[in-house]
Design a protein around this ligand. Sequence first.
Ligand code: G6P
Length: 372
Amino acid sequence: AAAEKDGYESFMEKEINEQPHAVADTLLGRSDSTGKLTLDELRIDPEELAKISKIIVLACGTSAYAGQVAKYAIEHWCRIPVEVELSHEFRYRDPIVDASTLIVSISQSGETMDTLMAVRYAKEQGAKTLSICNTNGSTIPRESDAVLYTHAGPEIAVASTKAFLAQITATYLLGLYLAQIRGNLFSGEIKDILADLADIPQKIQQVLDRSEQIKELARSMSDAESVLFLGRHVGYPVAMEGALKLKELAYIHAEGFAAGELKHGPIALIDEGKPVFVVVPSPRGRHSMHSKVVSNIQEVRARGAKTLVIAEENDESVQQFAEWVFYVPETKTLLMPLLATVPLQIFACELARQKGYDVDQPRNLAKSVTVE
Ligand code: G6P
């Protein structure tokens, strides 16, 4: 078994470290040298795809957070409304679905019963169904009209890591493809985003090369009873994923919040020493968003929080308010989740390891939940 883990102590650590490959392999062969996306595998007539009026993303757990990240990118690039819904909520609320709706299901295993049942329901309503999946030939892609496989390789650890980054990558390819066939973006813009995506694997590697800094923090926090995570825009689903990882692996109460929501409730939770991770957007992006999140750090700090900040390299504005800062390499705002998630995965994994828990098989959880 040690050999299968490539010398790592757990599959989870191995899979975290495989993320540069997971993203690179998911990008591989899906665009040509001119920057044109070539998703011929989709099998849905591009003319039909160009006509869709709405996308509904269906998924559970970590995969649903990939969907939430995708919403920001696809709406921005394609100007198509994107709803993201937990599969098990979807068909019980009489959703509005018709032939112009594209259902995008996201599932690592392709076997999650909740998602399968939601896809079947949508099909019955006449929707087109596209599966983003990591497992070749599994049930959800087999029952869908089209499939875009993520190429993260087999994921063994119950808590998802590399599949998550591959899912975000695949939804971005889909978004860019839709923008291409619908003419929402110029080919130069698509090429430019693809070039930034192509740089992501080596930037993830830079994050991995600094993992000792995160592990040290995790080791100092094994007594934490509750940890909060704040983010805005695409940093919001990253915050929720960071919290989920900590619950799943280290059995610590954790919650992710939209940073803007802080003043509407969560700030009441802040007391002396409360650890709060804050995912800070790039200062090179929309300025007001960056400065608002920096104010949030100040606000929680002033109430005693221990502020743990994930920021972009060279963002010195956060230093004076942060107890601890981890810098990720510069990239486009929309691509930041592919980098900012990684330190949060490492943090949860190391904290759980420190507590002596089995990070590959956390209590009460299953890799693929095949019951409703
Ligand atoms: C289970 C796993 C999670 C996963 C979720 C969705 O609950 O423990 O890690 O995110 O299922 O799985 P899927 O295979 O559909 O992505």
